[in-house]
Design a protein around this ligand. Structure first.
Ligand code: ES4
Ligand code: ZN
Length: 324
């Protein structure tokens, strides 16, 4: 089964590239850039990744990315991940990135874009990996700042496959960003949003109705609202689910209690993703294997999950045909 899961062509639709920063690279970049880390060693960093909720993770996630300073750093970050993903049988990666988290530290958007763009071209050329780019807004910061970032990104609009919405969900409903997402829509940029991870089912509704998103990131709390589940099924809305993330952030108590089997039984279109692989205990293959162990799914189920990701990916028809 492990061999089957590894060979299965997998598309990753929900990854925060800053969350793929492994402690080894974090230490190397800290050294290269003369940045001090709050950890004495790689082991100590890993040991600190013991989260009680989304916010306790976000604190370390924003802390960790302080080592990213130059275009080369962003290139190295992305290539490090692309190589690992490729080795696990991943054929397509859609990466969220958080421009505001870098701008706040004085790292401007062109630096980030130069590094990520270089890595994307290299991954395509050397690994045959296709990639997509999702520029995410931090929902725990104000909408004016998000709008400013969207305008600042004008030179890169053509390179954005979508805009997204992430960071601390509770108390930061999708409707806070209606104007920003309307602007993206007018620009012809597709939209996705994290909703229903820690936030209530109503945030999933808001993301659909007010932000006009084409996919929901996480969405696992939809099960608390049967009418919403029916709607998601009828409309074929794809949920990018991240099982190991949900366990590590205590969205679910243990993997065996994860709602994934119920989401599938409800006829929803779901995909498996890694979210922040460096922090949550593994990448795509680890997530697939954890589900296999917990739910005993057969090959057909994994073929279905991986197929849904390919159908829902931001790729050309030609590439989709190639991956089917
Ligand atoms: C995130 Cl797991 C998760 N949820 C919301 N925002 C995020 N940013 C990075 N990882
Ligand atoms: Zn996420």
């Amino acid at each position: 089964m492990r061999d089957f899961l590894k060979r299965l062509p997998k598309a990753e639709l929900h990854l925060h590239i800053e969350g793929s920063l492994e402690p080894e690279l974090m230490f190397a970049l800290a050294e290269r850039n003369g940045v001090a880390l709050p950890y004495a060693s790689v082991e100590e960093a890993r040991a600190a990744y013991d989260f009680s909720d989304l916010q306790s993770f976000l604190d370390l996630y924003y802390q960790g990315m302080s080592v990213l300073r130059t275009a080369e750093d962003f290139h190295d970050l992305a290539m490090d991940y692309f190589r690992r993903a490729h080795a696990e049988g991943v054929v397509h990666v859609e990466m969220h990135f958080d421009p505001q988290a870098h701008r706040i530290r004085g790292i401007e958007l062109p630096v980030v874009m130069e590094g990520l763009s270089l890595a994307r071209r290299e991954a395509e050329r050397e690994l045959g990996l296709s990639t997509a780019l999702i520029m995410a807004f931090l929902r725990d910061r104000d909408a004016e700042e998000a709008m400013a970032v969207l305008e600042e990104a004008a030179p890169y609009w053509e390179m954005l496959d979508a805009v997204g919405l992430d960071s601390a969900e509770r108390g930061n409903p999708p409707e806070k960003f209606v104007e920003v997402f309307e602007r993206a829509a007018r620009l012809g940029i597709p939209r996705v949003a994290h909703a229903g991870e820690e936030g209530p089912p109503d945030y999933i509704r808001q993301a659909l109705d007010r932000l006009d998103v084409c996919r929901i990131d996480h969405g696992v709390r939809c099960l608390e609202d049967p009418d919403l589940v029916a709607r998601l099924r009828d409309e074929g809305v794809v949920l990018t689910v991240c099982p190991l993330s949900n366990v590590r952030l205590k969205v679910v108590e243990r993997i065996e209690a994860h709602p994934l089997p119920r989401l599938l039984e409800a006829g929803l279109r779901v995909t498996l993703n890694s979210d922040d692989p460096a922090y949550f205990g593994g990448g795509m293959l680890a997530n697939f294997e954890a589900c296999q162990r917990a739910f005993g799914w057969d090959e057909a189920t994994f073929i279905q999950l991986a197929g849904t990701a390919i159908e829902a990916a931001f790729i050309s028809d030609a590439r989709r045909t190639e991956l089917r």
